[in-house]
Write a protein that binds this ligand. Structure first.
Ligand SMILES: Nc1ncnc2c1ncn2[C@@H]1O[C@H](COP(=O)(O)OP(=O)(O)OP(=O)(O)O)[C@@H](O)[C@H]1O
Ligand SMILES: Cc1ncc(CO)c(N)n1
Length: 269
């Protein structure tokens, strides 16, 4: 059985963070594991409070996983404070996992900061260079490159800069632009454009988390980054199309739609 680890924050309402990642791994037939770096009190409407797990406990969790069940792929999501990030950076340097997907989570849908601004430099230095696939959305890519991103050409330029910063491949997600949902993927050999029709729904809580853990699942299942991103884009589009009208705000996506329809044979397509 293939294995994936998520290193991220916990969302008690189940639509984003660790909970979204574990559901996505399960939908891909993957054995999921988690290192919780922050406990976030949030739901479909708001983020109420954040408590970071201590660096010592993060180091212990990482050791427990890597000494016992080294994962086939790793997804990294929310890393809030510099000390938290340093503990993860140290563990990445120590264990050197191969298939790392990094989602630079900065803001929740309600605008709450999920990465402290003081952590940005450490993120660029100690986390980003571990990315086999790096998945910023447009506002995140703007912060990381200092560019203003309005067009697909800007997205291409940002992807190239972020590769130069040390990510092996970069997917700039276009969910925040108007029109079709277009993502740009630069793997250093070619630039690929992934387009899906924009789905009219407010239920998009956790879309970024779900996409990055779907990419990690596909890497673990043996796909190269370009194929992994292509398959993950189809998965997130399906999950948003069948999103769940739960909660009073931005509801979650549906992780198991294809699995419920077709069983695990959906993975063979
Ligand atoms: N309404 C939509 N219809 C179709 N696809 C969408 C829609 N919104 C986002 N996407 C797609 O979902 C994926 C996640 O992109 P998005 O830009 O929403 O990430 P994000 O902002 O990091 O998410 P999060 O809010 O979880 O942090 C991308 O492939 C994007 O193109
Ligand atoms: C824990 C967590 N991670 C990531 C996001 C971004 O969707 C969120 N809202 N909560």
């Amino acid at each position: 059985m293939k294995t994936c680890l998520t290193i991220a924050g916990s969302d008690p309402s189940g639509g984003a963070g660790i909970q979204a990642d574990l559901k996505t791994f399960a939908a891909h037939g993957i054995y999921g594991m988690s290192v919780i770096v922050a406990v976030v009190a949030e739901n479909t409407c708001e983020v109420r409070s954040i408590m970071d797990v201590s660096p010592a406990v993060i180091r212990d969790q990482m050791a427990c996983v890597f000494e016992d069940i080294p994962p086939d792929a790793v997804k990294i999501g929310m890393l809030s404070q510099p000390e938290t990030m340093q503990a993860v950076a140290d563990a990445l340097a120590l264990y050197q996992p191969a298939n790392v997907v990094i989602d630079p989570v900065m803001l929740a849908k309600d605008g709450s900061a999920l990465m402290a601004s003081e952590a940005l430099e450490l993120f660029k230095r100690g986390i980003l260079p571990h990315a086999r696939v790096f998945t910023p959305n447009i506002p995140e890519a703007e912060v990381l490159t200092g560019m203003t991103i309005r067009t697909e050409e800007d997205m291409r330029q940002a992807a190239k800069i972020l590769r130069q910063e040390g990510a092996q491949t970069v997917l700039v997600k276009g969910g925040h632009l108007d029109g079709a949902a277009v993502d740009i993927f630069d793997d250093g050999v070619a630039v690929h454009r992934f387009e899906a029709a924009r789905i009219q729904t407010k239920n998009t809580h956790g879309t970024g988390c779900t996409l990055s853990s779907a990419i990690a699942s596909n890497l673990a299942n043996g796909h190269v980054p370009h194929q992994a991103v292509n398959r993950a884009k189809a998965y997130i589009t399906d999950a948003i199309s069948h999103s769940l009208d739960l909660g009073k705000g931005n509801g979650p996506t549906h992780h198991f739609y294809r699995l419920y329809q077709e069983g695990l044979s959906w993975l063979d397509k």
